[in-house]
Design a protein around this ligand. Structure first.
Ligand code: GEK
Length: 325
């Protein structure tokens, strides 16, 4: 049985409403049968915005209790396979992985699938960025999504900003990401204005900010540039504003580090990456993504001037932190 066969009849009308957020409650109701899906489903807001035709919804309603083993378990629940988004096969061929990883056309094309299958907790990070926007974004201020890729965090903020007069800057240095991001933002009909900017986050003009997000982006900057980057973020924020920093980290304890790397690898296998795909990607990304320890991140945030700093999410070696000025 394919998902779309089962529920094609229920879905079409819901699809259009989901794009303006009105479909959300309906999706959530259906998904209560399968509570682990909630974080993923929250992500549908932006997946639908991306323009994948409504099969996400059909898949949700076909996921039965017990078939789903956790938010990462994309195989047990068919919806990811049936979303219309391209599957990440970047490292499937034998000659892949010899060049350093780049955010090029091929990666941008399969990016939603890549993130979902590779970053534990990614959907929870997007969902919570929306919740934080609702609590922290103040009228007449700016929000920044630094390293926005396809704009998932931007859309999460955009649909939750409570006050008038706000503006979001979504910045990314990859032309392939920015091109797609512009289309996605144009297709999303929330009213907060968004400037999608092709550029380097190190040159972002951050000012009057009540919310700044770096969702798995700082890790791609040279380590030597990170202190300045975070100091500039803090300087550009208003008192009481919130910074969300999500990163892959390396654990200071070697034994724990090995365990977490191994658990992540197992999860990627469960998410249908082969051992060779996993190894090739690790090689390609080795000197491109440079993880630091949690202690290093905490120290940097504190010395930049943030007052309240905490990890709110950890899933293996992937963390998301909040820092309030
Ligand atoms: C999400 N935040 O979906 N300046 C601008 N962009 C950069 C730079 C830079 N110096 N370096 C890297 N990038 C997104 C996911 S992905 C995370 C972010 C990942 C951009 C790069 O082009 C890519 O789009 C993004 O940072 C990182 O919530 O792929 O693991």
């Amino acid at each position: 049985m394919t998902v779309s066969q089962k529920s094609a009849a229920i879905v079409p009308q819901r699809l259009t409403t989901a794009r303006d957020g009105a479909g959300f409650p309906w999706i959530l109701q259906d998904v209560q049968i399968c509570s682990d899906l909630l974080t993923i489903v929250a992500n549908f807001g932006y997946m639908v915005g991306i323009g994948a035709p409504g099969s996400q919804h059909t898949a949700v309603s076909s996921c039965t209790p017990g078939a789903w083993r956790g938010p990462h378990d994309y195989n047990a629940c068919p919806f990811v396979r049936d979303t219309g988004m391209a599957e990440d096969r970047i490292f499937a061929s034998e000659d892949a992985g010899s060049e350093p990883f780049e955010f090029n056309e091929a990666v941008a094309e399969v990016f939603p699938d890549m993130l979902k299958r590779s970053i534990p907790g990614y959907a929870a990070s997007i969902l919570t960025i929306g919740s934080l926007a609702r609590r922290y974004v103040r009228p007449e201020t700016h929000c920044f999504d630094l390293g926005c890729s396809l704009g998932a965090a931007t859309i999460a903020m955009r649909h939750n900003i409570p006050g008038p007069g706000c503006r979001i800057q979504a910045i990314d240095s990859s032309p392939a990401m920015i091109r797609r991001c512009r289309k996605i933002i144009a297709a999303d009909d929330a009213s907060v204005p968004v400037d999608v900017i092709a550029g380097d986050v190190r040159e972002a003009d951050i000012e009057n900010a009540s919310m700044v997000v770096m969702n798995y982006t700082l890790q791609f900057l040279p380590v030597a540039d990170r202190d300045d980057m975070i100091t500039r973020v803090c300087e550009g924020m208003n008192a009481g504003g919130i910074f969300v920093l999500s990163e892959k980290i390396v654990d200071d304890n070697r034994v724990i580090e090995n365990l977490l790397v191994d658990l992540h690898r197992e999860q990627k296998r469960r998410n249908a990456y082969s051992d060779s795909e996993i190894s090739r990607k690790r090689e390609a990304i080795e000197n491109v993504l440079m993880p630091e320890s949690l202690v290093a991140h905490e120290a940097r945030l504190a010395s930049a001037g943030f007052n309240h700093i905490s990890v709110w999410l950890r899933y293996f070696n992937f963390i998301s932190m909040v820092a309030i000025k």
